[in-house]
Design a protein around this ligand. Structure first.
Ligand SMILES: Nc1nc2c(ncn2[C@@H]2O[C@H](COP(=O)(O)OP(=O)(O)OP(=O)(O)O)[C@@H](O)[C@H]2O)c(=O)[nH]1
Length: 564
């Protein structure tokens, strides 16, 4: 017996579906868990970069304050303010030149007198510091920064908005971002003498910011952005051409244009992190001077003390944003590794192989069990069946007859039994051989079975002796059936292997269960006695002791002794 292919394939597919679904759910959950952990690690690392960047900006923005404070206290400067003679002016100019060279971070260091006239201007360009000749000095009385600085008292300090350097009223290109730091200076008698202004080269700080954030080449690469109040990029490592959008008046060069939903959070929240289809954003609001006294950085904290009266620190509010674009973010994700899809395919192929093997084993086991069950059934059938005729044998007949009697006891009904014996069967054997005798037995069984009903129990007791138990049948009805059998047998001759016609007749004895608690043996015995009577009185007949009428309707002409 072979494994049925259709069922095997169905089972294999079912197992594959179940196992693959379970393992997929499990693997996907594990993947989601590891993804969350991975993103958490990235977020923590990026927070570190954000804190570092903030510190870097804060430090850079405090250095000019320190320099300006020191400059206004220098003895040479004090001497000039108290006694503005040419000698002291020259000494102050030399000091400004030295400061310019030493730090290199100031485009201009100037002293502007009360009337707005530049008295000293030390410029720095292309890594060179030089003193501007007197004839090129300008009057700045109308400039906003001069006016603002002149309004300060001694302790206060003016910080201009982040701006681009202008030369001769025009934007200098490439852009030179700068912030002006100015102090109103007084002589020892408290008379205002003018303003000292440092034009701080902020590009230095912005470059340092980019450098600090590009050294993470081994990590997922992030972009650093510094955004001013209006959402313009002061620095944008991802798209430097979009920096200083306010200068080239391109409304699309704002953060809000590129990332509207992200900007909503960045603009309205102090700090946070956002994970979206556009990547991961970590941001922080920077108020370089306003919050400096809270800084962990001792340097910044001290300077915050010094510049405590900085008048326009409130105006400074930048947004520092670190952005991991989706590609960078997924760089370390399992899903984007080269080996992932081949592994997934191998994974499912292995599941398919394993479930196919399992289906094969299950089918084989089922088949074995089925064969065993069939074998047992077969054995049972053999134990209950007469091999030659296929009829129920004596043992099984006795079991079935007992069951039938019990049933009749529970639900009273007539029950009759026929005992059948082929006449002169020995002679058939003797004349035509044992094999032909067997054929006669088979033909006889078939003829009788055709007359009997489905519910009748027809059995071969042994040799040429047969029995039929007829439920729901009275002796009179049984007699009719027996006569029908008797006539059918007589009318059905059998052909020998030599094509000779063999007439077969049968004698039948009948008994009916009386309703009294008798057993099968009693029934058999009564029928056997009737059969004996039939044999004794000429064969080919039916005898029923309990019947109301007893007549012989079997064909008297058809006897074994009288063929045809
Ligand atoms: N071919 C064949 N013969 C069998 C089988 N079982 C029993 N016999 C024979 O059946 C014969 C029965 O003969 P008897 O018991 O003398 O009865 P009978 O010749 O039919 O005579 P009556 O019953 O008096 O009519 C014996 O010769 C048995 O050997 C069988 O399975 N096959």
């Amino acid at each position: 017996m072979r494994i049925p292919l259709g069922k095997f394939l169905l089972l294999a597919m079912f197992l594959f579906f179940v196992v693959a679904s379970l393992l997929t759910v499990f693997a996907y959950s594990a993947y989601r868990f590891s993804e969350e952990r991975r993103l958490e690690v990235i977020r923590t690392r990026e927070s570190g970069y954000l804190a570092l960047s903030e510190q870097l900006i804060q430090r850079a923005m405090f250095e000019p304050i320190a320099d300006l404070n020191v400059a206004t206290q220098l003895p040479v400067v004090r001497s000039y303010l108290n006694n503005p003679n040419p000698e002291n002016l020259a000494a102050m100019t030399r000091t400004f030149l030295a400061i310019s060279r030493a730090y290199g971070r100031y485009y201009k260091i100037r002293f502007i007198a009360n009337d707005g006239k530049e008295v000293v201007r030390v410029s720095r360009q292309l890594n060179q510091s030089y003193v501007t000749p007197d004839k090129e000095l300008q009057n700045k009385a109308d400039r906003y920064f001069f006016k603002a600085a002149m309004a300060l008292d001694e302790k206060e300090l003016y910080i201009s908005p982040f701006d681009l350097n202008m030369e001769q009223g025009k934007l200098e290109t490439p852009y030179r971002p700068m912030v002006r730091f100015a102090k109103h200076v007084f002589d020892d008698l408290g008379n205002g003498k003018g303003v000292i202004i440092f034009n701080y080269n902020a590009q230095e700080m912005l470059d340092a910011l980019k450098d600090a954030n590009s050294s993470n080449a081994n990590d997922a690469l992030h972009e650093v952005m510094l955004i001013n109040e209006e959402g313009y990029w002061l620095t944008n490592s991802h798209a430097p051409e979009k920096e200083w959008g306010f200068a080239h008046e391109k409304s699309s060069d704002v953060f809000a244009y590129q990332f509207p939903t992200i900007w909503h959070h960045v603009n309205s929240e102090e700090h946070g992190s956002i994970l979206s289809d556009e990547g991961m954003f970590l941001f922080k609001t920077l108020r370089p001077w306003q919050n400096a006294s809270l800084s962990n950085d001792a340097f910044s904290a001290q300077l915050a003390e010094d510049a405590i009266s900085t008048i326009n620190a409130q105006a400074y509010r930048w947004k520092l944003v670190l952005w991991l674009p989706p590609r960078s973010l997924s760089k370390t994700s399992l899903a984007s590794q080269d080996f992932t899809w081949p592994v997934v395919i191998v994974f499912y192929v292995l599941i398919a192989l394993a479930t196919t093997a399992l289906a094969y084993l299950i089918m084989q086991r089922r088949l074995r069990r089925q064969l065993q069950a069939e074998h047992i059934l077969d054995m049972e059938r053999q134990a209950h069946t007469d091999v030659l005729t296929g009829l129920v044998n004596r043992r099984r007949f006795l079991e079935l007859a007992k069951q039938e009697i019990s049933r009749t006891l529970r639900k009273p009904a007539p029950l009759s039994l026929l005992m059948l014996d082929i006449d002169h069967f020995k002679r058939i054997n003797d004349m035509y051989g044992h094999a032909t005798g067997d054929e006669v037995l088979k033909a006889f069984s078939g003829t009788c079975a055709a007359v009997l009903r489905e519910i009748d129990v027809f059995a071969r007791l042994g040799g040429e002796e047969f029995v039929a138990l007829l439920p729901d049948t009275t002796a009179n009805q049984a007699e009719l059936i027996a006569n029908r059998i008797c006539k059918a047998v007589a009318a059905t001759p059998v052909l020998s292997d030599k094509q000779e016609t063999i007439n077969v007749t049968v004698s039948i004895g009948i008994s009916q269960w009386s309703g009294a608690p008798s057993n099968v043996d009693t029934l058999l015995q009564t029928a056997d006695e009737a059969l004996y009577e039939a044999k004794k009185t000429g064969r080919n007949k039916v005898i029923c002791a309990q019947c109301s009428v007893n007549w012989e309707i079997c064909d008297k002409n058809k006897t074994f002794l009288n063929p045809n």
